[in-house]
Design a protein around this ligand. Structure first.
Ligand code: 5AD
Ligand code: SF4
Length: 457
C-alpha cells in the first residue's frame, strides 16, 4: 500500500477537528495527504450519523469506493456511522479494512501498523465506557485563523432523539493543564483565536479538580498572545451564571454563545429528556441579556418531535421572539437508530414537519433582519479571513462570529489575512454585515506555517 491518504470529513466541528488529529497522526506515521482519491493508497472516510438516514448515505458512498478498488488500495471508515454500524460495514463493503469510532482514535497508530502488516479486518469500536481522550501533539491544523481544542469528549445526556451518546461514548474531560499546554503551543505557533470544543462543552469537569469551565475560559482568555476565545456547544442544563460573569470580566472571550434550546415547549422538552423547562432556559437567556456586552445568542431547534402539537410548536415560535437569536439551525425530527425516540411513533406527518420548519425559518429571518439592524453605525473589530476580489471587498469576522464584508479606505492597503481591524457598519442584512474599514489600529499577528485546507461538505 502506498503511504498516501485521502480523507473525507462530514459532520460537526468536533468531527472536523478529529480529522485534523487523524491527519496529524497519519503524517506522523509517514503518510502524505493527497487531494485526489485516485492517488491515495488509503482512503479515510470520517462519517456523521446525526440525521436523515446517514448510514444509507455512507453505504452509498462506500459503493462508489468499490469501483476504486485497486492494487494495494485500502479503505477506512471512521466516526459516528462507523461506531454505529460496526462490523456490519465489513459485511456490506468487504473491501473496507478498518472501522473505528472516535473513542478508539487514541489507538490509531497501532491500528495503522496492523493495516500496513496486511490485516484486513481491524476494528476500533470501544464501548462507551472508556475514560480516555484522544490527545495528540500531531494535529494538522487546517483552519488558518482558528485553533480548535477539544476539552471534553462524549456525552452522558441521552436526549431521546440523539445518537451522540452511543457513537461518541461516555463524557470525559481533559485536565486543565493539558488544555492550557495545548493552547500555549498553538498560540506560540501564531494562532490568535482559539475555539474550545465539546459536544457539551460547558459540562467540562477538570479531572484534576483545579478549574471550573468558567475558570478555564478565563485562563485561556488571559493567556499572553490570545485575542479571541470561543466555545461550542453549550448545554442549557449545565449553563451556569459564572460563564456570563467570566465573559463580563474577560474581553477576549468572544461575544457569542451557542445554546441550543431544541423546543420552546416544556412538554416537548420533557419528552426529549432535555431535563430543563422553557422557564429554566429563559432564565439563562436573561443572564446573557443582562451581560455587560451585547452577546450574540444562537440555537438549534427540532420541529416535529413525536407528539409535538400545534400549541407546542407555537411555543417554539414565541420563544424566537422572546430570545431574539442571531441565528437558528432548525431541523425536522428524524428517528435515529438506538435512540429512545425511535421507539416512539414518528407521529408528525412529513408535510407538517416541512410546514413547521418553513414557518420557523421565516419568523427567524424576520427577527434577524431587524435584530442585525442594531449594528448599524457600530465599529466592530473584525478578523480578516480573506478577500472577495469580484466585489472588491474584504471578508472579516466579528467577535459575535458574524460575517462582515467591507471595503478599505481609499489608499489604505489590503489587510493581511489573520489581522484585526476596526470596521464601521454601514448596512445590515439578515445574515451578514457590510462596512468600511476605519482608520484605527490594525493588529497583524506573526506569520506561521499553514497546512492545506480540509474540504468540508
Ligand atoms: N433529528 C433532528 N435533529 C437532530 N439533531 C440531533 N439529533 C437529531 C434528530 N434525531 C439536531 C439537534 C442538535 C443538532 C446538532 O442536530 O438540534 O442540536
Ligand atoms: Fe455527526 Fe453528532 Fe457524530 Fe458530530 S457527534 S459527527 S454531529 S453524529
Amino acid at each position: 500500500m502506498s503511504k498516501t491518504f485521502y480523507i473525507e470529513t462530514f459532520g460537526c466541528q468536533m468531527n472536523a477537528h478529529d480529522s485534523e488529529k487523524v491527519i496529524g497522526t497519519l503524517e506522523r506515521q509517514g503518510y502524505a495527504q493527497v487531494q485526489d482519491e485516485a492517488d491515495a493508497g488509503l482512503i479515510v472516510y470520517n462519517t456523521c450519523s446525526i440525521r436523515d438516514k446517514a448510514e444509507q448515505k455512507v453505504f452509498h458512498r462506500l459503493n462508489e469506493y468499490k469501483r476504486m478498488q485497486g492494487e494495494g488500495k485500502r479503505f477506512a471508515v471512521i466516526g459516528c456511522v462507523a461506531q454505529q454500524e460496526g462490523e456490519k460495514i465489513f459485511e456490506k463493503a468487504p473491501y473496507v479494512s478498518l472501522v473505528a469510532g472516535s473513542a478508539s482514535y487514541r489507538n490509531l497508530p497501532q491500528m495503522l501498523d496492523r493495516l500496513e502488516a496486511g490485516e484486513r479486518r481491524i476494528t476500533g469500536l470501544d464501548d462507551r465506557q472508556t475514560d480516555e481522550t484522544f490527545e495528540t501533539e500531531f494535529t494538522a491544523r487546517t483552519n488558518p485563523h482558528r485553533g480548535y481544542i477539544t476539552i471534553i469528549e462524549g456525552c452522558d445526556k441521552f436526549c431521546a432523539y440523539c445518537v451522540v451518546p452511543y457513537t461518541r461514548g461516555k463524557e470525559r474531560s481533559r485536565t486543565s493543564a493539558s488544555v492550557l499546554a495545548e493552547a500555549r503551543r498553538i498560540v506560540d505557533e501564531g494562532y490568535t483565536e482559539i475555539q474550545v470544543l465539546g459536544q457539551n462543552v460547558n459540562s467540562y469537569r477538570d479531572p484534576s479538580g483545579r478549574m471550573s469551565f468558567a475558570e478555564l475560559l478565563t485562563a485561556l482568555g488571559q493567556m499572553n498572545g490570545i485575542r479571541r476565545v470561543r466555545f461550542t456547544t453549550s448545554h442549557p442544563r449545565d449553563f451556569t451564571r459564572d460563564i456570563v460573569e467570566a465573559m463580563d470580566a474577560t474581553p477576549t472571550l468572544c461575544d457569542h454563545i451557542h445554546l441550543p434550546v431544541q423546543s420552546g415547549s416544556t412538554a416537548v422538552l420533557q419528552a426529549m429528556q432535555r431535563e430543563y423547562t422553557r422557564e429554566w432556559y429563559l432564565e439563562r437567556m436573561s443572564w446573557i441579556h443582562g451581560a455587560k456586552r451585547d452577546i450574540s445568542i444562537t440555537s438549534d431547534m427540532i420541529v416535529g418531535f413525536p407528539g409535538e402539537t400545534d400549541a407546542d410548536f407555537e411555543q417554539t415560535i414565541t420563544l424566537l421572539g422572546a430570545v431574539r437569536y442571531d441565528s437558528v439551525f432548525a431541523f425536522k425530527f428524524s428517528p435515529r437508530p438506538n435512540t429512545p425516540a425511535v421507539a416512539m411513533e414518528d407521529s408528525i406527518a412529513e408535510e407538517v414537519k416541512t410546514e413547521r420548519l418553513r414557518i420557523l425559518n421565516e419568523r427567524q429571518r424576520e427577527i434577524q433582519r431587524e435584530h442585525y439592524g442594531r449594528h448599524l453605525n457600530q465599529v466592530l473589530e473584525c478578523m480578516v479571513e480573506g478577500t472577495n476580489p469580484a466585489r472588491g471587498q474584504v471578508v472579516g469576522r466579528s467577535s459575535q462570529n458574524k460575517t462582515v464584508n467591507f471595503v478599505m479606505q481609499p489608499g489604505q492597503p489590503a489587510p493581511a489575512v489573520g489581522s484585526y481591524l476596526p470596521v464601521r457598519i454601514t448596512r445590515t442584512l439578515p445574515n451578514s454585515l457590510v462596512g468600511e474599514a476605519e482608520a484605527g489600529p490594525v493588529f497583524v499577528p506573526e506569520q506561521r506555517q499553514r497546512s492545506p485546507l480540509v474540504v468540508l461538505q
